[in-house]
Design a protein around this ligand. Structure first.
Ligand SMILES: N[C@@H](CCC[C@H](N)C(=O)O)C(=O)O
Length: 293
């Protein structure tokens, strides 16, 4: 890392999934796991579910990311609060896009950003930001088509594990349809839900309750964080899984997903892609003395 004693940051959130945004327009910052954990620490740092580094795509370390630079000049370098690197963050894309526009780094209503899970299209609709999250798939498609499920999830305090479906949104998700009689609000998500078979790279776990037609409520335990108040990729996975269980290969209508931190819209797009839409808020700006972290 270049010798930096101070770091500028912006605090933002999307449906209360909150992030520390750190601009690194000169690509000088070595955002390692330790610095990420210290920034995201809610007691000794700024605090957040994740840290987003704003860096020119052309300066990214991974060749596969640099290859997107022609279309998407800015790379969302996303890390979870525990310091682990994640491929994608749906709520993060909106906060990242709002930051790019506020700083004049992007000026149009529509533009593209680079993520580890590929290019994502951004569209501003007034206060709402819509992200084309790209293609999704069911990693165990054959099994899912035969049984509807491919995994089991056990949560502390509940005897039997629940059936679940794996959904790949660029990052891994395991979606549980809560059985009748289980209270979504009563789940203990302080402990990591146990998923079988054990996902090789870990997983985010979503718990879903149907509220009405094309309308669900969800809680999530995020890989690398714990329970969060929202997860954009998780919201898409939950809507896609629920419509799959209802017998639809692709959702035919918009889904409304309620999370503890607000409400998001999920829309199927052509070519097996999916769009996530919702708010993005930039709530504070500041300077961190790195020696005090
Ligand atoms: N909150 C994010 C997802 C962040 C990454 C996730 N914890 C993972 O490790 O895959 C979202 O809004 O999608």
């Amino acid at each position: 890392m270049a010798d930096m004693s101070e770091l500028r940051f912006t605090k933002g959130h999307g449906t209360e999934n909150d992030f520390v945004v750190v601009p690194d327009v000169d690509a000088r910052l070595d955002l390692d796991a330790d610095l990420t954990r210290r920034l995201a620490d809610r007691h000794a740092g700024v605090g957040g579910d994740g840290v987003i580094r704003v860096v020119p795509t052309a300066a990214a370390i991974d060749e596969s990311v640099r290859a997107m630079a022609d279309r998407a000049p800015w790379f969302m370098d996303y890390r979870n609060a525990d310091g682990s690197v994640a491929e994608m963050c749906g709520n993060g894309t909106r906060v990242f896009a709002a930051y790019l526009r506020r700083e004049g780094l992007e000026t149009a209503d529509e533009f593209e950003i680079a993520t580890r899970a590929g290019i994502k299209g951004i569209r501003f609709e007034g206060d709402v930001v819509a992200t084309n999250m790209g293609r999704w798939h069911l990693p165990e498609e054959e099994r899912a088509r035969a049984d509807g499920f491919d995994a089991l999830v056990h949560v502390v305090g509940h005897g039997d594990p629940w059936s679940a479906l794996s959904v790949d949104m660029g990052n891994p998700h395991t979606v549980v349809a809560l059985p009748e009689g289980v209270d979504l609000d009563g789940l203990d998500l302080l402990h990591v839900p146990e998923v079988r078979p054990v996902p090789p790279h870990g997983t985010n776990v979503e718990f879903v309750r149907i509220v009405g037609p094309a309308h669900i409520a969800m809680r999530v335990h995020e890989r690398g964080v714990g329970e969060t108040r929202s997860c954009g990729t998780g919201v898409c996975a939950a809507a896609l899984a629920t419509s799959f269980w209802a017998g639809e290969a692709e959702p035919t209508q918009d889904w409304t997903v309620d999370v503890p931190g607000g409400r998001l819209r999920v829309r199927a797009l052509p070519h097996h892609e999916v769009e996530l839409a919702g708010p993005a808020a930039l709530v504070a700006d500041g300077m961190i003395d790195l020696s005090s972290l």
